[in-house]
Design a protein around this ligand. Structure first.
Ligand SMILES: [Mn+2]
Length: 297
């Protein structure tokens, strides 16, 4: 395996974007995917979950590409898996079905074809440590990885973990969820909810865990369209979020649907998911991530 990696974030069933990205990268380095292969957003013109999955699996088998699991793959596993009571581990609510629409349209629910891909999702590790480079879908939290590793040393989940993960109650389940969806903090009780991008009131604020110098709500918040709706002051002291240490190895993530010009925010942690300007990162062994390794497709 080469020690160069071309890292590709969330494809979300956009086969055209995947092919353009592969063409732009050219194929000199090992490919690495950050998960969320499936479930097209509303803006995708030609959603084709099957084409994306077939292509990525082929790259894994034939070209030694590597990939981590995204929250959409974990959700799909739970959606198509029945619990002991015969009820799906992820409820088939209108919201969950809407999010999973493009996959369901091609494969149905719990069909043999859907199961083929659910089984493949199960082979994807929650994180990868590639020596000088780390990959995770949403959050590299060392305490959570250490906890999961005690049961699953290679970061790959097992079928018997799924009911526990669906219930979201144990420390193991919470750790898994944090790696694939990222940390959130509740607003202080006395503070008003903010409006999310969909216009819905929300009290849980996504936290940019890679901004290790952030101290205030305004510094740390992600996905808050009107930051002035956030509290003015500092984050709570007794918070449950681990910021990424400034001296830790570089890590790349997807997931956050960032807006604005694609950029490496900190020199050892960067989110590559900029849906309006699809990116890849060409890692060449450097210990400090830089903007000039970002390729906007
Ligand atoms: Mn995601």
């Amino acid at each position: 395996m080469s020690n160069r990696y071309d890292v590709i974030p969330d494809i979300h069933a956009d086969i055209d974007r995947l092919e353009r990205t592969l063409d732009a990268l050219g194929g000199g380095a090992t490919l690495a995917f950050l998960g969320d292969f499936i479930d097209a957003g509303t803006a995708t013109r030609e959603a084709d979950d099957a084409a994306v999955l077939t292509r990525v699996r082929q790259l894994v088998v034939e070209r030694g590409a590597v990939a981590v699991m995204g929250n959409h793959e974990l959700n799909a596993i739970l959606f198509h898996t029945l619990g002991k009571d015969g009820i799906p581990l992820r409820t088939h609510s209108d919201k969950n079905k809407a999010q999973h629409r493009s996959f369901e349209r091609q494969f149905g629910i719990s069909t043999p074809q859907a199961k083929v891909w659910v089984d493949w999702f199960t082979t994807l590790p929650l994180w990868l440590d590639l020596g000088g480079l780390r990959l995770v879908h949403a959050c590299w939290s060392q305490p959570d990885i250490d906890l999961i590793r005690k049961r699953r040393p290679d970061g790959c989940l097992s079928r018997e973990d799924f009911p526990e993960i669906a219930a979201e109650e144990t420390d193991f389940a919470k750790a898994v969820k944090n790696l694939v969806t990222g940390p959130e903090l509740p607003l202080p009780e006395e503070h008003q909810a903010f409006q999310d991008a969909g216009g819905h009131p929300r009290r849980q604020v996504r936290i940019a865990w890679w901004r290790s110098t952030a101290t205030t709500w305004q510094d740390a918040a992600l996905s808050v369209p009107t930051p002035s709706e956030l509290p003015d002051g500092d984050l709570p002291q007794n918070r449950d979020v681990t910021f990424y240490p400034v001296d830790a190895k570089p890590v790349l993530t997807g997931h956050y649907k960032m807006t604005g010009k694609p950029t490496v925010e900190t020199s050892n942690a960067a989110c590559l998911d900029f849906p309006a300007d699809p990116c890849a990162y060409r890692w060449n062994g450097e210990t400090r991530l830089t903007d000039d390794r970002l390729l906007v497709v």
